[in-house]
Design a protein around this ligand. Structure first.
Ligand SMILES: [Zn+2]
Length: 176
C-alpha cells in the first residue's frame, strides 16, 4: 500500500461533482463530517463564517493533495513502512513541513496537592503514531483553510523537535 493510492470515498476532482459523503458547500472537495441544519458539511465549512465559505472552498481546492493525504492518514490502518512512505510523499506534494516527525505535546495536569495546573511536555514520534500525524495534517488544513494562515515553510515544531531522521535530512540544522 502506498499513499498514492486513493481510497474509495476519497475527495474527488473536479470538486463540483457532489457525491454522497461529500461536503455540501458548493465546490468543496472535503468529506462531510458535521451536520449543520439539514446539510452535511466538512469541519472547515462548519466552523467558518458563512461569508467566508467561498474563500474556504478556494483554499481547500488549492490543497487537494493534502486533503487526500489527510483522508488516507485518517482512514488507514498503520501498515509497515507507512511513515517512510509519508516522509517521501509529503515533500513530493510540496509539504515537507508535514513529514512525520518528533513533536512535543503539552499535557497540562492538575497537581493533586496544590490544585494548580502544571505544564508537562511529552515528546512523541509521529512516525510511531499514525493518528497523531493524521491529527496534525487535519489541524493544518483547518488552520490554513479556515483561518487563512499561510503554509508553514518549515515545521512549526522545529524548536521542540530533536531531529528525527526524515526531518534531519530535509533540514540539516536539525542534526546540529
Ligand atoms: Zn466543505
Amino acid at each position: 500500500m502506498t499513499l498514492d493510492r486513493t481510497p474509495m470515498n476519497a475527495p474527488d476532482v473536479p470538486a463540483h461533482r457532489h457525491k454522497p459523503g461529500q461536503c455540501s458547500a458548493y465546490g468543496c472537495p472535503m468529506w462531510a463530517g458535521i451536520k449543520v441544519g439539514t446539510d452535511w458539511v466538512c469541519d472547515c465549512h462548519a466552523f467558518a463564517d458563512i461569508t467566508q465559505w467561498q474563500e474556504v472552498t478556494a483554499r481547500l481546492n488549492q490543497r487537494i493533495k493534502l486533503i487526500r493525504a489527510t483522508h488516507r492518514a485518517m482512514n488507514t490502518d498503520p501498515f509497515k513502512g507507512w511513515a517512510h512512505a509519508a516522509a517521501m510523499y509529503m515533500p513530493k506534494i510540496g509539504r515537507p513541513d508535514l513529514v512525520p516527525m518528533k513533536v512535543t505535546l503539552a499535557h497540562p495536569y492538575r497537581d493533586r496537592h496544590t490544585g494548580e495546573m502544571v505544564e508537562r511536555f511529552v515528546e512523541r514520534d509521529e512516525a510511531e503514531h499514525l493518528p497523531l500525524w493524521a491529527m496534525r495534517l487535519r489541524n493544518t488544513l483547518f488552520r490554513e483553510c479556515v483561518n487563512g494562515i499561510p503554509q508553514a515553510q518549515q515545521p512549526e515544531t522545529r524548536a521542540a523537535a530533536t531531529g528525527p531522521q526524515t526531518a534531519a535530512s530535509l533540514l540539516p540544522e536539525f542534526s546540529q
